[in-house]
Design a protein around this ligand. Sequence first.
Ligand code: ADP
Ligand code: MG
Length: 698
Amino acid sequence: MQDLRNTDIKFLPGIGPTRAKVLREELGINTWHDLLYYFPFKHIDRSRLYTIRELSADMPFVQICGWFLSFEELGTGRKKHLVGRFTDGQSVMELVWFANYRYITKSLQVHRKYIVFGRPSVFNGRINITHPDVDPEDTLLLSKMRMQPYYSITEKMRKSGLSSRTLEHFTSNLFQQLKEPIPETLPQYLVDRLCLMPLDQALRAAHYPSTADELSRATMRLKFEELFYIQLSIIRYTRERTRQTRGHIFSVVGEHFNTFYHKYLPFELTDAQKRVIREMRIDMGRGRQMNRLLQGDVGSGKTLVALMTMLIAIDNGYQTCIMAPTEILAEQHLDTFRTFLADMPVRVELLTGVVKGKRRTAILEGLQRGEVDILIGTHAVIEDKVEFNNLGLVVIDEQHRFGVAQRARLWRKNTTSPHVLVMTATPIPRTLAMTLYGDLDVSVIDQLPPGRKPIKTLHLYDTRPDDLYRLLLREIGAGRQAYVVYPLVKESMKVDLLNVEDGFRHLQEIFPQYRVGMVHGQMKSADKDAQMQLFVSGETQILVATTVIEVGVNVPNASVMVIQNAERFGLSQLHQLRGRVGRGADQSYCILVTGYELARDTRRRIQIMTETNDGFEIAEEDLKLRGPGDLEGTQQSGVAFDLRLANLARDGQLVQLARETATDVLDSDPTLSAPDNQFLWHQLQIMRQGQQDWSQIS
Ligand code: ADP
Ligand code: MG
């Protein structure tokens, strides 16, 4: 058998050194194996030609053979488009291009024979196809009468004369060169048990399927394999760590916890809060290191859960720390903790960039001597510079900004790793969590404290500000407060800042009877604090702000969240901002203000926001709209998203199947040493060689 991984691509007939160089540089294709795994991004069914008369708008993709009669540019400005009149010899239809059509008029000729491909639709009662694929009929011979693969290529490849069609030649040559079947990469017993397509067949069908059905079975087999090995690697590592790493044993729930629970806690815990505290207590008591992800929607009371878990650690003689992503949030935790703990004998300290000099030295010394029980700080500060006497528990707030690698760095400092609790403000969809945080146990707070009314979310256009003012007037008149948020992104900082300041002045003019405050990231820390304080104490009724208030801020009397230019925010950000209201017993409102013309994705985001308050649902939708690579935090998380085919948003069930299968395999053979599984072990090694070894950290 030819060693595909070690056969240079230049030895494939038709390639040679020059083209090999382009393939290497542009697509990272070095070997025959790489080319085999460079999959087409779509296939076109070339097995049937339609006549124009047969077409209707409910058809999927179709292809028609014929020629152009004429081209005509119509419309003006942004409505400009190109119409080609196309005939199959019996009837005529229109092919329409709205953008980038200059090359079309250049490259297409009237009266030459073409095959066009696309999805029919109806416009003004007539069938047309917008943005069809057009190929000269004579270039299509190669793939006539079957599903034709389309490969992505780069601009540079195009310039070097390499097209999707050329790649088609290459892959087809490759398959002809293979004298034996490509060896299976999953144990035969799994292939049989799950009725998977054998690898050889799957790879051929992924490029050259004979039917759409065969293609989908091939894709499913290859996706499964990708996901399976990821899960196998994660689960195997997690189990190994569990066996090897000892954790502090928190054997008691003592004085601090009990006193707090019985004497200081101002309300009943929700059942969900009780459940997750119990989960953690058990986890921290059994002698292994806890690594737990606490998911809970905004306002579900995660902070309190964290505090009570920390009290358990303190009861067992350990120190704890909680890391927040921003200074505002760290300061707020300090406030919250001090208020909750009142005069309990627990020493809480805050360490941020602004804590300097003697104060800082005192805190650092207190930490080393084991006198500080709870250290609150920002990631940046706590990460490197702080030494504890006996750190037992680390809480990381707003996990999505804190990567796996950073987590790892934390507990290398200590000999016995502290327990780790990471809290997400943005719920992560299950399928993503399984892959991204597959090494963490998960606790979920799926319940809000009682008495909260669901927030009403409305969408208003900025052309009609009166509706907005009326609502503000009514709410503030009834004694409540409102946030008005403007986007602030780095690139257009100056303009945005002007917007915030304009908005501030404007609201002052409209509501002279009320006091308006303003916070943004460009202000000095002390000014920011002062402004926040005025709002918290109710002295200002309206707070104009940027996203600095995005996470964590807690003012129960605020009942209106106005988000200006809502089109510029992502879903999870909108949801976070909305979570700043609805914290008291009053009906709260979130007003999304946008311009009149919205892109389709934006419209969808706004629609999702107005339809649901459920953070988990929103996270799923976000994943669908943006794809996992774009989800906040996944880039920094340290996970190489090396998925060629599988899509974490769409292939949830396969992720599940992969996880269950990997669990089964490891249950029956933990070290993968059975003869049938040797191969799996070997594959894991190969996989790890090529990748950043993310499963080794955390
Ligand atoms: P999260 O961090 O999950 O977004 P917080 O911890 O900020 O939520 O809690 C939101 C608000 O709900 C806070 O004012 C908190 O004191 C309050 N809270 C938490 N748990 C309860 C409960 N069981 N009953 C009533 N109020 C609660
Ligand atoms: Mg919080």
